[in-house]
Ligand binder design. Structure first.
Ligand code: ZN
Length: 148
């Protein structure tokens, strides 16, 4: 696994957990401006998930690493991203599987799960590296009502 330092998110949570994943997946961007990326092609995505919080659960976890892997790797590895019609769309550009949208959708999947946990962790950042020279980061807008 790639050992890498990722861009840090300033916060004041007591615990911060990071999970790395590699996901081999294909996609295409269904728009003329995408050029050759309109053709189905593959990437090995390097994903880094940053979760933070102040409380641990009854197992001493902020969030179970295996659950994070299940939500992203088990769902998308060796698939065509565009085939996940409940996540991505070929009609609406806000849901094309670009690096930006992949990062946002992954954040939504993780955060949706975290909100079900009694210890209330939150996902601060999703880092998605699509190629050796290109990556994107998604961070949610800050909610000032939370204790950060
Ligand atoms: Zn691509």
């Amino acid at each position: 696994m790639l050992q890498q330092i990722y861009p840090q998110v300033p916060h004041s949570y007591q615990y911060e957990l990071n999970k790395d994943m590699q996901i081999a997946a294909a996609h295409y961007i269904p728009t003329a401006s995408a050029g050759k990326c309109r053709q189905v092609h593959g990437h090995t995505y390097f994903i880094n998930v940053t979760v933070a919080g102040n409380e641990l659960d009854e197992s001493g976890f902020l969030v179970n690493f295996q659950v994070l892997k299940k939500l992203l790797h088990d769902k998308f590895d060796h698939t065509v991203l565009n085939d996940h019609k409940e996540v991505f769309s070929d009609e609406d550009s806000n849901h094309f599987p670009t690096t930006e949208v992949v990062a946002r959708k992954m954040w939504e999947a993780i955060e949706h799960h975290l909100q079900t946990l009694p210890n209330s962790p939150t996902c601060l950042q999703i880092f998605v590296r699509e190629t050796p020279t290109s990556y994107c980061i998604y961070r949610p807008k800050r909610d000032c009502s939370k204790n950060e």
